[in-house]
Design a protein around this ligand. Structure first.
Ligand SMILES: Nc1nc2c(ncn2[C@@H]2O[C@H](COP(=O)(O)OP(=O)(O)O)[C@@H](O)[C@H]2O)c(=O)[nH]1
Ligand SMILES: [Mg+2]
Length: 390
């Protein structure tokens, strides 16, 4: 992955820190940190350096070992680093211990993701959900975050939606959690009514990893105007559009359904977010058919597919009929794992793709390029055939 931005003075300077578990191939840490760098970039930080350490498991007290902490600490000092971003969720005591040695903001993967969600939340519902997830993340970390929160003056790391200050008193946070939950319940009541009105209609939901092309597809299929961006979690709120396909040329049956686009999934999605986003994910939970969009040009798309299936199970939508859409075939490389070597190699054409293992997963598979509009007719046919059986 490559998104070398111009070294911009406005961006916070970050370093990434990851542990390479001994049971995983080295390659996977590189890819994980690519993703973390993309998250950092989305949150508004430029990454200057990565630190990794091969360990049996992360150090329970300090995540990385003593010697590595010294390296990191020296680098942070020398390059005036603003943020040290860790590729896992850190425990309250790990944060506290790290802060003693590394003198910049300590941010973990969960708080980075929460931060991006906070930045992108548009509606009252999304903002309330993010704020709830943030408060729940913060509660057990209050003592650990105390100095951390004092030190920071805005920027990445627990920025509240609506610029609200984050209170640091436990009781205040508990009260706030209760209040947010009540607010969400009220918002949810309206959403339930709205969804009740849709009960008689056929419902299709786009799901998938973040940045795979879900929003681009809803814009194509439903003439919606959803923000599609090469950033993680550009869209948080669900969008629902009525779609009418022209009548079937043989049976003349019309094909009318509701199509929804919503928040994407990611590896190690903070569980507080999954919890608090349940009502946004209701569109998925209540759908009749899921369109699982996959970015086939991503070197880790198989792992991403697994993450999506696991998350679907977690929210209780694991048993729905699924159409798998392998998107971005315009960018697909035969050997996506050797990106550098195959930079200009031929891209598989449709006929070749249809001979791959992907095509043989089941009958509900289609290859498209949402960007080029390639093979959309086959997608529409497949959708029509599935929707007609409902
Ligand atoms: N090359 C290529 N890029 C695509 C395709 N579909 C979407 N994209 C790009 O991928 C990025 C993420 O798309 P988006 O629809 O926001 O993804 P979402 O996070 O799943 O909603 C955007 O920059 C899109 O322009 C495709 O078929 N080919
Ligand atoms: Mg989107």
């Amino acid at each position: 992955m490559n998104f070398h931005v111009n070294k911009d003075a406005d961006l916070e300077k970050a370093i990434l820190i990851g542990v390479e578990p001994k049971n995983l191939p080295l390659k996977s840490t590189v890819v994980y940190l690519d993703e973390l760098e993309f998250l950092a970039f989305t949150a508004g930080a430029q990454t200057l350096k990565r630190f990794t350490q091969r360990l049996e498991y992360p150090n329970p007290k300090t995540y990385i070992g003593k010697g590595k902490i010294e390296d990191v600490s020296a680098y942070v000092k020398e390059h005036a680093i603003d943020l040290a971003i860790f590729d896992d969720e850190l425990s309250p005591s790990q944060i506290r211990n790290l802060e003693e040695h590394i003198h910049c903001k300590i941010v973990d993967r969960s708080s980075l993701i929460l931060d991006i969600f906070a930045k992108n939340a548009q509606t009252a519902q999304a903002r309330t959900q993010v704020e709830l997830a943030q408060s729940e993340y913060l509660l057990p970390r209050l003592t650990g975050m105390w100095t951390h929160l004092q030190k920071q003056k805005g920027g990445i790391g627990m920025k509240g939606p609506g610029e609200k200050e984050i209170e640091t008193d436990r009781r205040v946070i508990r009260d706030k959690i209760a209040k947010l939950k009540q607010e969400l319940k009220d918002i949810d009541k309206q959403a339930v009514t709205r969804r009740k009105n849709r009960e008689s209609q056929k419902r299709v939901a786009l799901v998938g990893y973040t940045n795979v092309g879900k929003s681009t597809l809803i814009n194509l299929l439903a003439k919606a105007d959803v923000l599609a961006q090469d950033k993680l979690f550009a869209t948080l709120d669900s969008t629902v559009r009525k779609v009418v396909f022209p009548p079937d040329p043989v049976t003349y049956k019309p094909c009318i359904f509701l199509l929804s686009d919503t928040v994407g999934f990611i590896r190690k999605l903070p569980h507080q977010l999954v919890e608090s986003f349940k009502s946004t994910l209701d569109e998925v939970i209540e759908a009749d058919i899921l369109l699982h969009v996959v970015d086939v040009s991503h070197s880790q798309f198989e792992e991403q597919m697994e993450t999506v299936m696991e998350t679907l199970l977690e929210i209780g939508a694991g048993n729905k009929p699924i159409i798998t859409i392998f998107n971005k075939i315009d960018k697909y490389k035969p050997d996506a794992t050797s990106e550098d070597i195959f930079e200009d190699e031929a891209i598989y054409d449709l006929a070749t793709l249809k001979k791959t293992w992907m095509a043989k997963l089941n009958d509900n598979i289609v290859f498209v390029s949402a960007k080029d509009g390639k093979n959309l007719d086959e997608l529409k046919d497949l959708m029509r055939r599935n929707i007609e059986t409902l």
